[in-house]
Write a protein that binds this ligand. Structure first.
Ligand code: CP
Ligand code: NVA
Length: 310
């Protein structure tokens, strides 16, 4: 029987049970079908989602705004300078006040702790739209995309090549939770957070899968079902971009590197891509690439998340 997720915040994939993950995927599939057949699915009639952004966004911004609209609700956008938050008002008071007006909050910001605090002090569900630490909505959409393409998750191998950043962390959470093997190849000094890796290794031991952190991208890609990458310098790290490029140059996804992957491997990237850096056009625009399916599935999966928690 499906467990109710109503009122629950979505801060990290690691907080979800495997049943909840598949409940999100089941509803995503239903809502995607309804979207394509034009069948109304106004599950959040009259509800309001507040969307707080202290960093830029194309996909997250548009997919949440359109998603809440499809569900019969309204989205309110707050940019970096719109709220008193961070200037003259603290997180706790902001959370309590917004909880009196809104039915849910989606937030993209720098500090993960701020998002945890928003959920802690508020009384409405908070959805993490990316922090410096995690990007759970992206990885749920990515796993849903893999499930659509491969019909299965457990037993597949995902190779993530690049920075041990928010994407690497949520992929570690997500892939280990569903029993996929995950190999992260990062240059020294840019490896993922140790606690998150240990946690993923525990999940993997339970699921009978593997989590490895290595430095060799060629070894990582060998026999991979999915080759994933992300930018070398994330939002907020722009000043480090040149220095980082020197460390990451061997980690570019190009035709030579993917030779070791399975023939029917999927190329994935959360986007935005810095073409010519972490990936070349020949790969991003190849038949193996599913980058725009991932972007589309943000819409369907986040609609499911909103409908379940709000
Ligand atoms: N992938 C992703 O979150 O994209 P945006 O930064 O455009 O929202
Ligand atoms: N790691 C990237 C992901 C963007 C969706 C960033 O944080 O900028």
């Amino acid at each position: 029987m499906a467990v109710s997720m109503k009122g629950k915040s979505l801060l990290s994939i690691n907080d979800l049970t495997i049943e909840e993950v598949y409940q999100i995927f089941d509803l995503s599939k239903t809502l995607k079908e309804k979207h394509y057949t034009g069948e109304p699915h106004r599950l959040l009639e009259g509800k309001t989602l507040g969307m707080i952004f202290t960093k830029p966004s194309t996909r997250t911004r548009v997919s949440f705004q359109v998603g809440i609209y499809h569900l019969g609700g309204t989205g309110l956008y707050f940019g970096p300078t719109d709220l008193q938050l961070g200037k003259s008002e603290n997180i706790s008071d902001t959370a309590k006040v917004l909880s009196r007006y809104l039915d849910g909050i989606m937030i993209r910001t720098f500090s993960h702790q701020d998002v945890v605090d928003l959920a802690k002090y508020g009384t409405i569900p908070v959805i993490n739209g990316l922090t410096d630490l995690l990007h759970p909505c992206q990885v749920l959409a990515d796993l849903f995309t893999i499930l659509e393409k491969k019909r299965v998750l457990k037993g597949l191998k995902l190779a993530y090549i690049g920075d041990g950043n928010n994407m690497a962390h949520s992929l570690l959470h997500g892939c280990s939770k569903v029993g996929m093997d995950v190999v992260i190849a990062s240059p020294s000094g840019y490896t993922p957070d140790k606690t998150i890796v240990e946690n993923a290794q525990k999940n993997a031991a339970y699921m009978g899968s593997k989590v490895e952190i290595i430095s060799d991208p060629v070894a990582a890609v060998k026999d991979a079902d999915i080759v994933y990458t992300d930018v070398w310098a994330s939002m907020g790290q722009e000043s480090e971009a040149q220095e980082r490029r020197k460390h990451f140059i061997q980690y570019q996804i190009n035709p030579e590197l993917v030779k070791g992957a399975k023939d029917d491997y999927l190329f994935m990237h959360c986007l935005p891509a810095h073409r010519g850096d972490e990936v070349v056009d020949e790969i991003a625009d190849s038949g193996n690439s599913v980058i725009f399916d991932e972007a589309e599935n943000r819409l369907h999966v986040q609609k499911a998340i909103m409908a379940l928690v709000m």
